[in-house]
Design a protein around this ligand. Structure first.
Ligand SMILES: [Zn+2]
Length: 311
């Protein structure tokens, strides 16, 4: 049986951006409660995420940008970073631990202590560019993990799979042109951040999905485009930017995916990871705002990762 680590940190519950903000601490509570209720959490070794080091952060972000975020961090109240994104006094700490989760996950998986890891962290990361916070994101957690795998562990071929309903513009910004990384993604066309239709590098496979389509459209893309590209690339390690906002119940977007779609997609990624990467998968939570649907979808995803559910 594969072993899947569960990595989180208490500070991730203290970062909040206002009472009505959809990217809220209750997201993690919903996930944690559901995994516990389904007996899944009991099957996972759990770890507290360390804070990312300055050196690890600077592999993905510019020094001026990191200093800018540190300076903005408020002692009380909020600091507005972009129209949708603000910092409270705990945000910087949470962001450091969210990025540190990717580093720990990478170390655990590369050491063979676990097969895969799910990082239940926030703030999310995939909209954070090298030199810009945006879309609820400050530090690009998954990119920090990928750079750590490259520099610390000498991994030469890494696949990043981003199935959040929004395009992972930040990951693309940081990783485009890196021949050691293949990024494949789906996202709803003409939705925030209004990018992705034209890939920024030959190592990017961006597949926009038409609004008001369902999981079958995603499955077709996975079979016809993602899996052949990943098989050709033969990654030694696979990262997932796991956003669950393409769910039918999530009113952030207009795609109709359901839990079975997330389970199916995860199963295909487990298969390709077993073919090339000794099953090694590191999954980072990104979006997903309908709390019950988010929790059930994460349950489907994690259940397949740790081999408790077939799909
Ligand atoms: Zn999203």
């Amino acid at each position: 049986m594969p072993i899947t680590a569960y990595i989180t940190h208490p500070s991730c519950l203290k970062h909040e951006m206002g009472a009505d903000h959809p990217e809220c601490p209750a997201r993690l509570d919903a996930i944690n409660d559901y995994l516990l209720s389904q007996g899944l959490l009991g099957m996972m070794p759990t770890y507290e995420a360390p804070a990312v080091t300055h050196e690890q952060l600077l592999r993905a972000h510019g020094a001026h940008y990191v200093a800018h975020i540190e300076t903005l961090s408020p002692h009380e109240g909020y600091a507005q970073v972009d129209p949708d994104t603000r910092m409270n006094p705990y945000t910087l700490t949470a962001a450091r631990h969210a990025a540190g989760a990717a580093v720990l996950a990478t170390d655990l998986v590369m050491a063979g202590e676990v097969t895969s890891a799910f990082c239940a962290v926030r703030p999310p990361g995939h909209h954070a560019e090298r030199d810009a916070a945006m879309g609820f994101c400050f530090f690009n957690n998954v990119a920090v993990g990928i750079r750590h795998a490259q520099r610390q562990h000498g991994v030469t071929r890494i696949a990043l799979v981003d199935f959040d309903v929004h395009h992972g513009n930040g990951s693309e910004d940081i990783l485009a042109g890196d021949d050691g990384v293949l990024m494949v993604s789906t996202f709803q066309q003409s939705l925030y951040p209004y990018q992705g239709d034209i890939p920024k590098g030959t190592n990017m496979l961006n597949v926009p999905l038409a609004p008001r389509t369902y999981g079958d459209a995603m499955r077709k893309v996975v079979i016809e485009q993602w899996l052949p590209a990943i098989d050709r690339f033969r990654p030694e390690l696979i990262y997932i930017s796991a956003g669950f906002d393409a769910h039918r119940d999530d009113d952030m977007a207009n795609l109709g995916w359901v839990e079975a779609d997330y389970a199916w997609l995860t199963a295909r990624l487990v298969e390709v990871a077993e073919r090339h990467a000794q099953g090694r998968i590191i999954s980072m939570l990104e979006g997903g705002y309908a709390l019950h649907a988010l929790a059930r979808s994460v349950g489907a995803h994690v259940g397949v990762l740790l081999g408790a559910v077939d799909a």
